[in-house]
Design a protein around this ligand. Structure first.
Ligand SMILES: *[C@@H]1O[C@H](CO)[C@@H](O)[C@H](O)[C@H]1NC(C)=O
Ligand SMILES: *[C@@H]1O[C@H](CO)[C@@H](O)[C@H](O)[C@H]1NC(C)=O
Ligand SMILES: *[C@@H]1O[C@H](CO)[C@@H](O)[C@H](O)[C@H]1NC(C)=O
Ligand SMILES: *[C@@H]1O[C@H](CO)[C@@H](O)[C@H](O)[C@H]1NC(C)=O
Ligand SMILES: *[C@@H]1O[C@H](CO)[C@@H](O)[C@H](O)[C@H]1NC(C)=O
Ligand SMILES: *[C@@H]1O[C@H](CO)[C@@H](O)[C@H](O)[C@H]1NC(C)=O
Ligand SMILES: *[C@@H]1O[C@H](CO)[C@@H](O)[C@H](O)[C@H]1NC(C)=O
Ligand SMILES: *[C@@H]1O[C@H](CO)[C@@H](O)[C@H](O)[C@H]1NC(C)=O
Length: 777
C-alpha cells in the first residue's frame, strides 16, 4: 500500500495536468461567516471554442458566457460544496470552490482551575480558557497574555468543520511581581489573508499573596532629626509591624521610627502577614563617645562580684559611672575609672559610663555596659504524663520542670535518652529575673526503649563572655518500661536428642521477646502439646511455637527432628559359607543414620567381606552417630568342606611292626570320617587306624575319607612290608613291583587330579593341629 501511494500521486498529477481544467474563481477562495452571504464568479481563463459554464450540475442552466456569477444569500450548511463545471466540444471538467465557513466563538472565558481568591506566591496554578462554539477548530489559536506580554499559545490538532467547544490550559507560578497582573486569553481564528481579523478575549485580574521580605536584613542609622528607621516592606496582605529593643518600653506598630528620638542600640522591626514574617535590624549609633569600656559586656552570677573599667584618652571635664550600685562620682583628671560591685543582687542593673566632652551640640556622652545576671536552676525535674508501663508505638509526653533560672532567653533544655541528645528546647520570651520553666518532649517509645533512661538538662549559654563550659544542671534519670508485642527471633528447624523437651528449644527463653514476658505454647499436628514432655523418636514433625502476651500473639513453624543414638539389633551368632559374601547382618537404627564399623580381634575390618575357612570367631560391631555409640558382639561360624592336613603318606615297615595311620582332617560342620582298604570299609568314625603285627596282607593302599554337607575329601596312605624276598621267586617280586608301581602311578594321578580340583579353595595345613579347629557348631 505504501508503495502505491507515490504512484497514485503521480497518476493524479498527470491526470490533473492532462485534464487541465481552465476554470478559475474570483475570489480565489471563499472565507465566509456562517449565516452571512458571499458571491463568487467562475470564469474560463483560455479561449476555447464552443464552451459553456454551469454551477453544481450538468443539467443546471448552461450559460454560454466566459464568466458566471453565484451569490449565496445565507450560508447555512457547514459542509457546503460549490462546484463550477465547464464543457466545450473538446473537453468537459469541473472545479471545486475552496470554501471555509467560520464562526467566531459565542464566548471566551478565563478562570483558575480549582481555585478561588488570591494565589500564593510560588505555588502552581492552572489557568483555563473556555472557548464556546467556534469553527473551524484547526484555525483556532488561544493566545495567553500577562498584561501585554504573550505568555504562550495553544493550538488544536484535531480538525472539524462544525463548531465545537474548546478548553485550553496554562500553568503559572505567580510571584510577588504578579500581584495585580492581568491574565488574558484570546481566541483567534487565523483564516488567512481573505479572512477578517478575528479575536475574542477574556481577562482575569490576579491577586498574589506573598510574605514580607526586606531587601536587606540590617541597616546602620546615625541618629539624626531627619533620618527615619523605615521598616516599610511590600507584602500581600499588607503586613503589620512590631518593634523590639531594650530601649523601647511600649509597643510600637508603625512602620517608621524617628531616629533622633531613639537611644543608640539595636531596634528590630518585624513585618508580619498571614504568610510569614521578616525582620530587619536597625543599628542606631550616636556619633562616637570617646570612652572604652573593658570588658564591653559583663556576665555575672547573681550574688558574685563584678567590675568594669571605663577608659578615655581625651581631655575631658569629668567622667563617672552611674549605676544603682557601685556608681563612681564624676572625677576629673582621671583617664580610667572602675565600676565594681562585690556582691551583685540586682537583676536589671544598667550601669553606664559618662564623660563630659563636647560632641556636636551635646556636652556629655555616655556608653552603657550591658550586664547579664544569671542564676542556675534550683532544681531540674523530669516527669511523664503517664504512670505504669508504656505501650510500644504510643505517644507520651515528657515534662521537664526547671525552677528558678535566669535569664530564660539563655536557657536551653537538652533532652537525653541515655547518652543520646534527642532534642533541645529554647524559650522565646525574655526575662531578667528568675522564672520557673517547663519544657515538653513527645516520645513514641519502641521495644528498644524498654528500660531506657531519659533525662533533661538545663543549660545556660551566656555567650563568649559567660562561663565556659556552660553551666548545666541535669535531672535525675527517668527509667521507662515499654510493653511490646511478642516477637520470635529464632525460628529454624531443630534436631534435639530424644528425651529432650520443647522447653529446651534453642533460646526458647531468649529468642522470644516481648513484654510482659510472653507465654509460650506449642502445637503439633493441630493440637497443643506440652512443652515439658520429653520428645520420643516418633515425635519428629512440623511444630508451631506460639508466643502470646497481653498485646498480641505471634507464631512460627519449624521442623523438629528427634535424634537418638544408634541401636544395634544383632543375633548372637551367624553362619556363613566360606568365600561367600558376608553382609552386615544387624539392624542399625539411629538418627542421624549411624555409621558401622566391624572389628575382629580389635582390628577393624570391612563389614562386608568374603570370609576364609579359618575366619570363624568373635566379632564386634560398633555403630556411631553424633548422638552416641552402640556395640554388639556376635560370633561368625564359617562353614566349609573337609580339608586334610599334610602328614606322612608312605610307610615302609618290617613284618610284625605296629603302624598307626592318622587322618588329620578338618571341616565345618565336623566331617564324617571313615577308612577303607582295597575299596572295603574297614573303620568308621575314627580318625586313625592301628595296624598291629603287620603281615604281607597288611600291605596296600589305605584311604581316609572325610565328608560333610559341603563336600568330600579322600587321602591315601601306602603301606609296604619289608622282608618278603625269599618267600616269593624273584620274577614274582618284579611283577609285583611293576604292579605296585602301576597302582602307585594311578593313585598319584588320582591324587594329583584331586589336588588340582581343590586348589584355590583351601590349602592343607602343614602343621599338626587339633581337630577341633573347626570352631563351635
Ligand atoms: C463578477 O462578475 C460581475 C459581472 O461580470 C462583475 O460585476 C463583478 O464585479 C464580478 N465579481 C467579482 C468578485 O469578480
Ligand atoms: C471545436 O470547434 C472548433 C471551432 O468550431 C473547431 O475548430 C475544432 O476542431 C472543434 N474540435 C472538435 C474536437 O470538434
Ligand atoms: C507553552 O505551553 C506548552 C504546553 O503547556 C509548553 O510545552 C511550552 O513550554 C510553553 N511555552 C512557553 C514559552 O512557555
Ligand atoms: C524537636 O522538637 C520540636 C518541637 O517539639 C520538633 O518540631 C522537632 O522536630 C524536634 N526535633 C527532633 C530532631 O526531634
Ligand atoms: C517557682 O516555683 C516555686 C516552687 O513551686 C515557687 O515557690 C516560686 O514562687 C515559683 N517562681 C515563679 C517565678 O513563679
Ligand atoms: C587362614 O587361611 C588363609 C588361607 O586359607 C591363610 O592365608 C591365613 O593366614 C589363615 N589365617 C589364620 C589366622 O590362620
Ligand atoms: C564400643 O567399642 C568401642 C571400640 O571398641 C569402644 O571404644 C567403646 O568404649 C565401646 N562402647 C561401649 C558402649 O561399649
Ligand atoms: C563306607 O562307609 C561310609 C560311611 O559309613 C558309607 O557312606 C559308604 O557307602 C561305605 N562304603 C562301602 C563300599 O560300603
Amino acid at each position: 500500500m505504501l508503495l502505491f501511494q507515490p504512484l497514485i500521486g503521480l497518476l493524479l498529477i498527470s491526470l490533473a495536468h492532462g485534464d487541465y481544467c481552465p476554470i478559475s474563481f474570483s475570489p480565489l477562495d471563499v472565507v465566509a461567516e456562517y449565516g452571512a452571504s458571499f458571491s463568487v464568479n467562475c470564469s474560463v481563463n483560455s479561449i476555447t471554442h464552443q464552451f459553456g459554464l454551469s454551477w453544481e450540475r450538468f443539467n443546471n442552466t448552461m450559460e454560454d458566457s466566459e464568466e458566471i456569477s453565484r451569490i449565496v444569500d445565507k450560508v447555512t450548511d457547514w459542509e457546503m460544496n460549490v462546484t463550477c463545471y465547464m464543457h466545450s466540444n473538446e473537453t468537459q471538467c469541473s472545479q471545486d470552490l475552496p470554501i471555509t465557513i467560520y464562526k467566531t466563538p459565542d464566548s471566551v472565558s478565563i478562570s483558575t482551575v480549582n481555585h478561588n481568591g488570591p494565589m500564593m506566591e510560588g505555588e502552581l496554578y492552572e489557568l483555563q480558557c473556555d472557548v464556546h462554539n467556534v469553527a473551524p477548530v484547526q484555525d483556532l489559536t488561544v493566545n495567553w497574555y500577562k498584561g501585554q506580554t504573550l505568555l504562550n499559545q495553544t493550538t488544536f490538532t484535531e480538525a472539524s468543520k462544525t463548531p465545537v467547544n474548546k478548553t485550553a490550559t496554562l500553568l503559572i507560578r505567580p510571584d510577588r511581581a504578579d500581584d495585580g497582573a492581568q491574565y488574558r486569553c484570546e481566541a483567534e481564528l487565523d483564516l488567512g489573508a481573505e479572512g477578517p481579523p478575528n479575536s475574542t478575549e477574556s481577562a482575569l485580574n490576579s491577586e498574589v499573596y506573598y510574605k514580607p521580605q526586606h531587601s536587606s536584613s540590617t541597616e546602620t542609622i546615625i541618629k539624626d532629626d531627619k533620618v527615619m528607621l523605615d521598616c516599610t516592606v511590600k507584602a500581600n496582605p499588607a503586613p503589620t509591624y512590631t518593634w523590639r529593643s531594650d530601649h523601647l518600653e511600649e509597643k510600637i506598630s508603625s512602620s517608621e521610627l524617628k531616629s533622633s528620638a531613639l537611644s543608640p542600640g539595636n531596634y528590630t522591626c518585624t513585618a508580619t502577614n498571614a504568610l510569614g514574617r521578616d525582620s530587619k535590624v536597625f543599628i542606631v549609633k550616636d556619633s562616637r563617645c570617646p570612652v572604652q569600656i573593658i570588658p564591653w559586656r559583663a556576665v555575672v552570677r547573681y550574688g558574685d562580684n563584678v567590675s568594669a573599667d571605663c577608659k578615655t584618652s581625651v581631655l575631658h571635664k569629668g567622667m563617672g559611672w552611674e549605676a544603682s550600685e557601685g556608681g563612681v562620682p564624676m572625677t576629673k583628671n582621671q583617664s580610667l575609672i572602675t565600676w565594681r560591685v562585690s556582691e551583685l543582687t540586682e537583676w536589671d542593673i544598667k550601669p553606664f559610663c559618662y564623660i563630659n566632652y563636647k560632641i556636636g551640640d551635646k556636652d556629655q556622652c555616655k556608653e552603657e555596659l550591658p550586664v547579664t545576671v544569671y542564676k542556675t536552676p534550683d532544681s531540674v525535674f523530669i516527669s511523664v504524663n503517664h504512670s505504669g508501663p508504656m505501650m510500644e508505638g504510643e505517644l507520651y509526653e515528657l515534662q521537664c520542670d526547671v525552677h528558678n533560672v535566669a535569664p530564660v532567653q539563655n536557657l536551653t533544655v537538652n533532652w537525653y535518652k541515655g547518652q543520646t541528645l534527642l532534642n533541645q528546647t529554647t524559650f522565646t520570651e525574655a526575662s531578667e529575673t528568675p522564672v520557673n520553666k517547663t519544657a515538653t518532649l513527645l516520645i513514641r517509645p519502641d521495644r528498644a526503649d524498654d528500660g531506657a533512661q531519659y533525662r533533661c538538662e538545663a543549660e545556660l549559654d551566656l555567650g563568649a563572655e559567660g562561663p565556659q563550659p556552660h553551666p548545666t544542671i541535669s535531672s535525675n534519670p527517668l527509667g521507662i518500661t515499654v510493653y511490646f508485642a511478642p516477637q520470635i527471633q529464632f525460628c529454624s528447624d531443630w534436631s534435639p536428642l530424644t528425651e529432650t523437651s520443647l522447653d529446651s528449644y534453642p533460646s526458647n527463653l531468649h529468642s522470644v521477646e516481648g513484654k510482659p514476658r510472653p507465654d509460650i505454647s506449642w502445637r503439633h499436628k493441630s493440637s497443643p502439646v506440652s512443652s515439658s514432655m520429653p520428645l520420643t523418636r516418633y515425635d519428629s514433625g512440623l511444630y508451631e511455637i506460639i508466643a502470646r502476651n497481653d498485646l498480641s500473639n505471634v507464631s512460627c513453624s519449624m521442623n523438629i527432628t528427634v535424634e537418638y543414638p544408634p541401636e544395634l539389633n544383632c543375633d548372637k551368632s551367624y553362619e556363613v559359607k566360606e568365600k561367600t559374601l558376608f553382609k552386615l547382618p544387624c539392624i542399625a537404627d539411629g538418627l542421624p543414620k549411624p555409621e558401622c564399623f566391624l572389628y575382629k580381634n580389635g582390628k577393624m575390618i570391612q563389614h562386608d567381606f568374603y570370609p576364609n575357612w579359618n575366619d570363624s570367631g568373635w566379632y564386634q560391631l560398633t555403630a556411631h552417630n553424633q548422638r552416641g555409640t552402640s556395640n554388639s558382639t556376635f560370633t561368625i561360624n564359617i562353614l566349609y568342606a573337609p580339608v586334610f592336613y599334610d602328614s606322612q603318606e608312605k610307610f615302609v615297615v618290617g613284618e610284625d611292626s605296629n603302624i598307626t595311620l592318622e587322618c588329620y582332617s578338618t571341616g565345618n560342620p565336623e566331617p564324617e570320617v571313615w577308612w577303607s582298604f582295597n575299596n572295603r570299609n574297614i573303620s568308621t568314625g575314627r580318625r586313625h587306624i592301628n595296624i598291629e603285627r603287620a603281615t604281607s596282607t597288611s600291605a596296600g593302599v589305605y584311604t581316609c575319607s572325610a565328608t560333610n554337607k559341603f563336600g568330600r575329601s579322600d587321602k591315601t596312605f601306602i603301606v609296604e612290608i619289608k622282608g618278603l624276598g625269599y618267600v616269593f621267586p624273584y620274577y614274582i617280586l618284579i611283577l609285583l613291583g611293576v604292579f605296585v608301581l602301576f597302582v602307585v602311578i594311578i593313585l598319584l594321578v588320582v591324587l594329583m587330579w584331586r589336588r588340582r580340583k581343590s586348589r584355590g579353595h583351601y590349602e592343607i595345613q602343614s602343621e599338626m593341629q587339633p581337630l577341633s579347629n573347626g570352631g563351635p557348631k
